[in-house]
Design a protein around this ligand. Structure first.
Ligand code: NAP
Length: 241
């Protein structure tokens, strides 16, 4: 049984991953701002192995002892950290709202760095060869009109993940990113039908990616089969080439 800390578990990929890990007998510690009905069902079904706390990642000043009082991120041994929570913004830069830009960078880049710091301290304290996975996006690698800020936030994570892998590899700690393409979850709704079709037609496999494909990659990366894989960006995006 692994203890897996996941951000953004109220819906989308985070909810699917939480359901998956719990059904496999693992323990999940998670956060999000809201509790969806699906998450509430999981909390009822797994009272002993699912811990959830409402927390807004915009409140970076609280990502320290305060968060550790709300969730057992210091006391309990964590095996895996999945940095999943994020927000998107689709706007040409000159029209974008400054607060939304700053908030996106805080939620998508600053908060994950602070959380990773907490998690690394946990790994070191409990002498765990822990695994970190950041959910990145193809827009860190290719230009998508209107997604410059989202792309910048994910590119920052990829650079961060690589250096964390280099710094903590000697402790057996691994850090990778999964570079998702279009996944049929909440962020899908940003696109209209035409954009969705264009996106699919620009993949080698002419399709989007479903949550299970990402979960399969997460399963692999946290397994011993991936114990020589660190500092990498693994693309799961139906071939955006
Ligand atoms: N879907 C795609 O097409 C796609 C493509 C590439 C990469 N990705 C990446 O995959 C990850 C998951 O995407 P998704 O489509 O599953 O997203 P989603 O359905 O929009 O879910 C986002 C999750 O993040 C949480 N969240 C957002 N802002 C938060 C905040 N300030 N504090 C705490 N939690 C917050 C949300 O919960 P609350 O609203 O309850 O706080 C929710 O649980 C993201 O990192 C995304 O960038 C997705």
């Amino acid at each position: 049984m692994k203890t897996i800390f996941i951000t953004g578990i109220s819906r989308g990929l985070g909810l699917s991953m939480t359901r998956h890990f719990l059904s496999q007998g693992n323990r999940v510690i998670g956060l999000s701002r809201t509790c969806s009905s699906e998450l509430a069902e999981l909390l009822d079904k797994y009272p002993d192995t699912l811990i959830w706390q409402s927390f807004d990642l915009l409140k970076t000043a609280d990502i320290d002892e305060k968060l550790c009082r709300l969730l057992p991120l210091q006391t309990d041994r964590i095996d895996v950290f999945i940095d999943n929570a994020a927000v998107a913004l689709q706007n040409l830069l000159h029209n974008a709202d400054n607060k939304k830009i700053a908030d996106l960078l805080t939620i998508n880049s600053v908060a994950p760095i602070l959380l990773t710091k907490l998690v690394i301290n946990n790994f070191l304290r409990h002498r765990v060869k822990g695994v970190i996975i950041h959910l990145s996006s193809i827009c860190a690698h290719k230009a998508y009109i209107g997604l410059s800020v989202l792309g910048a936030s994910k590119a920052a994570l990829e650079a961060f993940s690589r250096t964390v892998a280099a710094e903590y590899g000697r402790f057996g700690i691994r850090s990778n990113t999964i570079v998702a393409g279009l996944v049929n979850t909440g962020m899908f709704s940003l696109l209209d039908n035409r954009q969705e079709l264009d996106f699919k037609n620009n993949t080698a496999l002419r399709t989007h990616v479903d949550a299970q494909a990402v979960i399969d990659m997460v399963d692999f990366l946290i397994s011993d089969k991936a114990d020589k894989i660190t500092g990498q960006n693994i693309h799961v995006n139906a071939g955006i080439l």
